[in-house]
Design a protein around this ligand. Sequence first.
Ligand SMILES: *[C@@H]1O[C@H](CO)[C@@H](O)[C@H](O)[C@H]1NC(C)=O
Length: 499
Amino acid sequence: MTSIGVLAFLFCCICLLDAYADVICMNSSRSQMTDEQRLYKKLMYNYDRNTRPVYNASHSVHVNISISLTQIFDLDEKNQVLTTNIWLDQGWVDEKLRWNPDDYNNLTVLRIPCTNIWLPDIVLYNSAEDYTEGYMEALAMVSYEGQVFWPPIVKFRSTCEIDITYYPFDDQLCKMKFGSWAYDGSQVDVFNTTKGVDLTNFVLNGEWELLSVKSIRHNIRYPCCSEMFPDVTFWIHIKRRTLYYTYNVIIPCVMLSVLTMVGFWIRPESGEKVSLGLTVLLAFSVFMLLIAENMPATSNFVPLIGIYLTTVMSLTSFSVIMAVVTSNINVRGFKEVDLPRWFRKLVIFCAKLNCMKLTYVRDTDCRAKDDEHAKEKYYQMHTTFSNDSGCALIDYENNSTKQKCEMNSKITGHVREVELGSDSWVTREILSRLQLLVDKEEEKERSDLLCKRWMEAAEVIDRCLFWVFIFGTLLSTIILLMVIPTVRPFEHHGPQFAT
Ligand SMILES: *[C@@H]1O[C@H](CO)[C@@H](O)[C@H](O)[C@H]1NC(C)=O
């Protein structure tokens, strides 16, 4: 009897101590453990999470990688970092996590904390993170055939070479390269799945439009090791939405250009031309700063908008210089010099181009014509004087025409008297005095004509420059903001996708 009692006691001790006694102590264990618990205990028995889950070491673990892109947080142009929110779906077969569902009331899938099973060390090769944080510790879904599915949510910060040539009409191709860090291809092999990239949960980004995401598998030998290391690279193609930049940068730039054009309508004698030009130049430099702030400090590419701003700024500087030049031309007449021959020709050419009528600047040599003109006028004056109708012509010295006319009629009256009843020396005296007056008047008229001539030249040159400026601005705007962004003559740095 005692020996049987001791045996029963020992038996019970074994039952309590041995967790795997459920085969023997079927009835007592069933009441205490759930199916999942039982399965979990069975699976975890003798499980080592540090070794690959293949019985034959010459077999490799196939890891299928796919991503669900949920959000593009930000593309930092300055630091060339793309921040994304991704569900990194990883699936592989764990040969040690297999069971017969019939033994566990048709339990086919078991969720196991990922920290307890072997995980492939899939990392983002081009990460900009400091690797202090691991993946989210999500549960892994294990099916009875050993299929493990583990989809942690990860916020990736990946490096992305940014090509800002067409900024703000640019599109960027950012890669995310995933692969096992330590295992080579013969131990852990990664594959991209045929289902591609899941975008059902994608949240639209205000700045970037997602064009496509593609995955390509590579098998690369690195300089460190002789083995091949496979990886799956996802290419995220995004395009910048241009509305913001159109409203905040391009339209103000175009408006500033229009302001510069308007500056050409200010009279050359007004100094406002220069100050308007300088104000516009200042506004442009503010825009330049604004754009430079967001750009990576690279000399590899110059953004299109930068080229546009520089062009428009150069045109504005040019207009300021030309305003100074025209204002100089405008006051040249006070120096009592005539237009140089070449300049006169240029002015006449410009006037013809603009269909402007020249009243002061003439084709022939001014000086010769002038002298002729003066002579002609003098004779005319003589004759008119003799004919006693000088009122219209002799209206120079006095301010009021009426006064002049009265005085002139008085003079003519006197002259008539003199002519009627006195000697010829009086007439001669009067005539010589008159000659003096006429000479003085002619001198004044001549200098007046010179002033007007230079003024007219300035006006013509200004008009000509206005057209040059309009042409330059329109051409640069159309080419830089419309043609180049659509045609895209420069090669993109991305990969050639083979279907
Ligand atoms: C292990 O796998 C290799 C390659 O498949 C095979 O040649 C070898 O026979 C396997 N070994 C055993 C013990 O099954």
